[in-house]
Design a protein around this ligand. Structure first.
Ligand SMILES: NC(=O)c1ccc[n+]([C@@H]2O[C@H](COP(=O)([O-])OP(=O)(O)OC[C@H]3O[C@@H](n4cnc5c(N)ncnc54)[C@H](OP(=O)(O)O)[C@@H]3O)[C@@H](O)[C@H]2O)c1
Length: 345
């Protein structure tokens, strides 16, 4: 008999979430099934709900979305060697790449490709661990491809300084806090922005300096701080992905003599200042073996174990049960400062 499963379905474009029975799918080669204990909500989820058919996915409704999961390995597919039933893990649910229902996060059992799954130490609760996967993958899309900021891959314990400095705009966000930790582990000096109340949090992730983006003189102050940090300027990562934030990054980059800004705004970038190249994160990096293994095999498990990768921002638990997914998506849409909406399952 198949394992009973339930999912929180996004019922229609611009529709609501509703919990219904869902099929259980066995893992294919190279895949695992995770029995979810906690799932996190990302801005992507409310944007999908709000923008409906203006986005390229989901291709079909009702749809199971959700990308960040934590739980126990329930079943292991052919060829998977690193995981066994009962292991505590976090994983990135790939539904937006595959369009398969089993790959959505908002259900009891999610199929994940094993190369974007990591063991989660017993000391880290599932509700904390689930905040990380998409932030790490999205940060990596900007930091590591040779066509983007081209940083060396991170080391969990002994990052070697590469004498480079980068700007991460939005250091207290989910993606920003993951990106800071990756960049620091790559041996890079990070200058970040965040509201003043979050400066200690962001410095605690390894940023060398944090400036308040509300400051009228933020551009000049960032330029001065980056110049003072020493090392070659390697570019900016806009973790907030709004027009005003990639433009703010572009102003800083221009004042430093030009270079790259990576921003995940799904649009074309127009009226870009001369000498500045604004690019989206490289989606292909999800399939780039060197980057995926460099992050998920060689960095995340060890860094979580030794504490050089923290499961941040802290979870804001909306409640227990798939019925809470809609509420979590609403909360994420309202905005959380240095926190991430999480549902315990
Ligand atoms: N999370 C991901 O993995 C992911 C994946 C793909 C795309 N994205 C995109 O990246 C963006 C951020 O996502 P997220 O999940 O990281 O967001 P989030 O954690 O929900 O963002 C909240 C944070 O954004 C900061 N913030 C808001 N406006 C800002 C501004 N103008 N300048 C600097 N910081 C600002 C706030 O900082 P303060 O409270 O300190 O002011 C707050 O801590 C979204 O557009 C999302 O669609 C994210």
């Amino acid at each position: 008999m198949s394992t009973p499963n339930k999912a929180s379905y996004l019922t229609a474009p611009e529709g609501n979430f509703a919990v219904k029975d869902a099929s259980y799918f066995k893992p294919g080669p190279g895949e695992v099934v995770i029995k979810n204990a906690a799932v996190a909500v990302n801005p992507m989820d409310w944007k999908i709900q709000t923008l409906g058919t203006n986005l390229p996915f989901p291709k079909q409704y009702p749809a199971i979305i959700g990308t960040d999961v934590a739980g126990e390995i329930y079943e292991v597919g052919e060829g998977v060697t690193g995981f066994k039933k009962g292991d505590r893990v976090i994983g990135m649910a790939n539904w937006f790449l595959t369009a398969r229902p089993q790959d959505g996060g908002f259900q009891h059992y999610t199929v994940c490709t094993s190369n974007v799954v990591s063991l989660l130490p017993a000391s880290i609760p599932f509700k904390s661990g689930c905040v990380l996967p998409l932030g790490l993958c999205t940060g990596a899309m900007g930091l590591y491809p040779s066509t983007r900021l081209a940083l060396p891959l991170p080391h969990p314990t002994k990052p070697k300084s590469v004498n480079k400095v980068i700007l991460i705009w939005g250091g207290s966000s989910s993606m920003g806090s993951a990106a800071i930790q990756l960049a620091v582990a790559s041996g890079v000096t990070v200058i970040a922005t965040a509201s003043s109340k979050n400066h200690e949090f962001v410095k605690g992730l390894g940023a060398s300096a944090v400036l308040d983006y509300h400051d009228d003189k933020i551009t000049a102050k960032l330029v001065q701080t980056i110049k003072g940090a020493g090392g070659e300027f390697a570019g900016a990562l806009d973790a907030i992905a709004e027009e005003r934030t990639w433009r703010a990054c572009a102003e800083v980059v221009k004042a430093l003599g030009g270079g790259k800004v990576v921003s995940n705004l799904p649009t074309t970038f127009e009226d870009v200042p001369e000498g500045v190249n604004v690019l989206p994160g490289e989606l292909d990096s999800f399939q780039n073996k060197e980057i995926v293994e460099g992050i998920w095999t060689r960095f995340v498990p060890e860094a979580l174990k030794v504490g050089t990768l923290k499961a941040v921002p802290p979870p804001v638990v909306v409640g227990k049960g798939l019925e809470k997914v809609g509420e979590g998506v609403e909360l994420c849409k309202k905005g959380i400062s240095a926190g991430k909406a999480v549902i315990e399952i």
